[in-house]
Write a protein that binds this ligand. Structure first.
Ligand code: ATP
Ligand code: MG
Length: 225
């Protein structure tokens, strides 16, 4: 596969046991993101959007189909290799920020670099933090930050190591409209600067506007929206 492709998903299937029955959430889903391409995913609650993101990150294994991320078939990697590949190529932004409470904003952002064994991280953290308007907040703990500020820290953490692919699960879901719009503009710009591909789950049409393509997850597959 060409290295121009950030993510290539073919025939992805994933079922879960629910009570006594098995529910097939993803039913042979295909999705390809070229390098730097941005795709929004919409869909009703329970459609399988988060499931898809987990599979794309290699945090869950599919029942069938393949996920090729930055040129590697994830199914062929053992857990340590998968962790390394994920740490290098994926940035994750969750709806509820997922920051580590006991670390400062600076340390939360630096963590992604540290996981990649990169040195001299400090300058880079400060540069990206400045871009996201976090300069004065870096020594604070997550509990001392507002929702919008926490989300900007989470975005910085996802982008700091210049991943091939950013996976964002409703990144503005818990923010008010104005903060969401500000955070989104910063996200858009920072993402452009790092040239990463973006796969973003969102219910927000405004958020979808920073994407090249809008898709809907429906009945286990993706369709154009
Ligand atoms: N680990 C699991 N075990 C059992 N069922 C699961 C598991 N993970 C997800 N499911 C089920 O799979 C379906 C899809 O879940 P998923 O979280 O992907 O939906 P979603 O599209 O992200 O929804 P939302 O918009 O509410 O976040 C749901 O019916 C959910 O209950
Ligand atoms: Mg979800």
């Amino acid at each position: 596969m060409s290295s121009e492709v950030a993510l290539d998903i073919i025939g992805l299937g994933r079922s879960f046991i629910s009570g006594s029955s098995q529910v097939e959430v993803l039913k042979g889903l295909d999705l390809r993101l070229d390098q730097g391409e941005r795709v929004a995913i919409m869909g009703t609650s329970g459609a399988g959007k988060s499931t898809l993101l987990h599979l794309a990150a290699g945090m869950d294994r599919p029942d069938r189909g393949t996920v090729t991320l930055a040129g590697r078939d994830l199914d062929r990697l053992d857990e340590p290799a998968l962790s390394r590949h994920r740490a290098r190529h994926v940035g994750l932004v969750f709806q509820d920020f997922n920051l580590i409470d006991s670390l400062t904003a600076f340390e939360n952002i630096e963590l992604a670099l540290w996981l990649n064994s990169r040195r001299q991280a400090s300058d880079r953290v400060r540069r990206l933090a400045r871009q996201l308007g976090l300069d004065d907040l870096l020594e604070r703990l997550p509990s001392q930050l507002s929702g919008g500020e926490r989300q900007r820290v989470a975005i910085a953490r996802a982008l700091i190591h210049k991943p091939t692919l950013v996976l964002a699960d409703e990144p503005t879901g818990s923010l008010d409209e104005e903060t969401a719009s500000d955070v989104l503009d910063l996200f858009d710009q920072a993402c452009r600067d790092t040239g990463c591909a973006l796969l973003m789950v969102t219910h927000d049409r405004e958020a979808a506007k920073i994407c090249d393509r809008l898709t809907r997850l429906h009945l286990g597959r993706l369709e154009a929206a």
